[in-house]
Design a binder for this molecule. Structure first.
Ligand code: PMP
Length: 415
């Protein structure tokens, strides 16, 4: 492995595809809320691998489950049963309050699975042959596969990658206008015209990659009611918001609605191993028959052991309550910062963002470099927006220290 920051960056740049624009910092070790670079500099991790590391880096309980299972059995494939999968599925369905689950590996694979499940359900229950619509909303991020980007409204996700999949869209088929987040009337218009052909509506309860875009009160409930009126499955993408991040196990709990399908990923394994899942009722899940969908690694015993341990940490360390309480403390601290640069502080639990007012010749990228210099890693979602999402195991004292780091960086930024 690379010995220095310089060497690691040079190697990635030389031999790896340039499909990212990472902040120039190399991470070579992690423990709890901290990560270290090869030179030994310590940072607070305020990205948590896009909310995968909710339980903190290398949590000993999860690492122990991983190493124990790794020496017993890693992969059996679904050609056979394995002794871990069923118990894991029972744990997850009971914990999240659903009847059945379908195990996959990455977030976007679970999104694809949900799309296929909804389409199959529409095929069986609404007589949709090969024309079922899956509707999304503007600003969504569901991942990078063709199905997911067919719904995207972000030019960076789409340009040069067409043609896209028919009838998987966040635009009104008649007008070509985007179905806007926080505008239930846009969804209503499409459902009025096409409701009998729509299988599913997919939404993030808080839009993460859109810059921590919050749902307005009643918006998601209204969408849910519209879906029910038109016999459309309401699908919640909780890949980023789920597993305690927003102060409840699922972010949709804030809205008091029960989705038909929930998509989980990231923190389901505490960032220790790729694990994702789709949850639904038995009736919906069993519309997919044996042989119609699968994945070599989905439901492998290593993933099951890791995910059970990761959820045990959430439960035993009361991470939902922690995220809720610390989130309020954090936003209160950030809102006290008296700087004309801060335009908005928003979020729920420990999924937060600060939005800064534009400064001539500078962007949030520069602010993130200043935060990095002061020992805090965060990444801008946009030129003026920085997401702040530490592991949920952070202490109140550490969080207060981080507010001070942010105050200092904003000070420097304004100079
Ligand atoms: N859905 C949401 C809401 C996400 O935030 C992400 C990842 N940022 C994904 C899906 C895709 O997950 P993955 O990168 O594991 O495929």
């Amino acid at each position: 492995s690379a010995a220095t920051t310089k060497e690691a960056i040079a190697l990635e740049d030389a031999y790896g595809a340039h499909n990212y624009h990472p902040l120039p910092v190399v991470i070579s070790r992690g423990e709890g809320v901290h990560v270290w670079d090869p030179e030994g500099k310590r940072y607070y991790d305020f990205l948590s691998a896009y909310s995968a590391v909710n339980q903190g880096h290398c949590h000993p309980h999860i690492v122990k489950a991983l190493t124990q299972q790794a020496s017993q059995l890693c992969l059996s494939s679904r050609a056979f049963y394995n002794d871990k999968l069923g118990a894991y599925e029972r744990f997850v369905t009971e914990y999240f309050g659903f009847e059945m689950m379908l195990p996959m590996n990455t977030g976007v694979e679970a999104v694809e699975t949900a799309i296929k499940l909804a389409r199959k359900w529409g095929h069986v229950n609404k007589g949709l042959k090969d024309n079922g619509f899956i509707l999304g909303v503007g600003g969504n991020f569901h991942g990078r596969t063709m199905g997911a980007i067919s719904m995207s409204t972000d030019p960076d996700c789409r340009e040069g990658f067409g043609p896209f999949m028919p009838n998987i869209t966040a635009t009104n088929p008649d007008t070509g206008a985007t179905i806007r987040y926080n505008h239930a009337e846009d969804l209503e218009a499409v459902l009025e015209a096409y409701g009998d052909r729509v299988a599913g509506f997919i939404v993030e309860p808080i839009q993460g990659e859109a810059g921590i875009k919050m749902p307005e009160p009643g918006y998601l409930k209204r969408c849910y009611e519209l879906c029910k009126r038109h016999n459309v499955l309401f699908i919640c993408d909780e890949v980023q918001t789920g597993v305690a991040r927003t102060g409840t196990l699922l972010a949709i709990e804030h809205e008091q609605i029960k989705p038909d399908i929930v998509i989980l990923g990231k923190a389901l394994s505490g960032g220790v191993y790729p694990v994702s899942a789709v949850l639904s009722s038995r009736e919906i899940m069993l519309t997919i028959k044996p042989g119609e969908h699968g994945s070599t690694y989905g439901g492998n015993p290593l993933a099951c052991a890791v995910a059970v341990a990761a959820l045990e940490v959430v439960r035993d360390e009361k991470l939902t309550e922690r995220a809720h309480e610390l989130g309020m403390r954090f936003r209160e601290g950030l809102r006290k910062i008296s700087s004309p640069l801060i335009k908005d502080v928003r979020g729920r639990g420990l999924l937060n963002a600060i939005e800064v007012n534009p400064i001539e010749g500078k962007t949030a990228w520069d602010l993130c470099l200043l935060l990095r210099d002061r020992g805090l890693l965060a990444k801008p979602t946009h030129d003026t927006i920085i997401r702040l999402a530490p592991p949920l195991t952070i202490t109140a004292e550490q969080l207060d220290e981080c507010v001070e780091i942010i105050v200092g960086a904003i000070d420097d930024y304004s100079k």
